[in-house]
Design a protein around this ligand. Sequence first.
Ligand code: GDP
Ligand code: MN
Length: 392
Amino acid sequence: MKIQEADAKSLLRAQGLPVPGWELARTPSQVREAAQRLFDAGARQVVIKAQVLVGGRGKAGGVKLASSPQEAFEVGGRILGMDIKGITVRKVIVARAVDIVKEYYLGAIVDRASRRIVLMASAEGGVEIEEVARTNPGAIHRVAAHPELGLLPFQARSLGLAIGLRDSLLSQFVSIAAGLYATMKANDADLVEVNPLGIVEEAGPHGDASRRLLCLDAKITLDDSGLARHPKLEEMRDLDEEDPTDAAARKLGINFIHLEGTIGCMVNGAGLAMTTMDLVKHYGGEPANFLDVGGGARHDVVCGAMELILADPNVKAVLVNIFGGITRGDEVAAGIVEASRSQSRTVPMVVRIVGTNAEEAARLLREASLETADSLDEAAEKAVAMVKGAAR
Ligand code: GDP
Ligand code: MN
């Protein structure tokens, strides 16, 4: 689950990271009022930032500075309602603008290859890290945290040195890196990114200037499977931006991932779903989705899942592969029949159901004149043939 910058910043703050304050605003007037408070508190400029779950907002015109409450009102009016990569901006944050001397990148991910949390840093901050990885991969430095010992101070220090930090800025970096690692662990995050981590110059009380590191942007992705352990984080789900298919799948309690192919797949069990997709490909087809309806799926869940598959206009055929254990074949068949009766367009289906109550399932499918198959190979071959038939 992706969360908005403002929520990500709250989680960073909770681990003691230096994050400048902000206010959330949904209308230009709210932007003006928030800006007024910041100017009253001594700000010379404010920054207004679109809150959408995509990167590159700056480049898209979704991050702008303003020098007065009135200008903030106007800038806010332009950003709110703006379209950024297909998403309408509904809220912005307003924060005191800072003087950035240099921008760094700092991120943490769960690295599947090493099965560890890896911290990455780069002196090429501000721009998207994927671009740095493409154009200048040597500029990204990494350390892997030990699963039990965690991120050790010397590791954080070597990372900071690698990106050129020294003295006080280096020790600030070490505690920021530790805080980033703590944020990963405390929230079961997949990814925590601060880009830019900025060296900021601040005027001291006697006209002197001091430099320090501040987290100026934050991006966090939470592990969906860890959410059950953090009920509070569920409140950070942004329903404004959730894909309707994802929302429907979550409500049904099924695992659905949309893909680019033409053969819709309904399977119980993640492993069996992967096997089914492999066989579709083996016979020359392309799966339109990954779908695990789970164990013991009831007919209404099956029917809802089938509706999700059929809602994809690319789907030209559907392959159902159910191995009934706890799942009852007749229950699944009833759901499929229900969905096939209510579907508005005619998509050919082939259904293979074995195991618990397979005979009853076969009878229901026969009565509804649905195509069946005995083996998975046969079902996959038939589904691919159906697509080819539809193409002719
Ligand atoms: P992103 O483009 O979606 O990653 O949004 P960011 O929050 O990273 O903002 C993009 C860029 O805006 C940053 O890299 C900074 O250069 C700039 N920016 C953000 N906040 C401030 C600020 O307070 N002061 C100044 N001068 N620039 C800022
Ligand atoms: Mn950024």
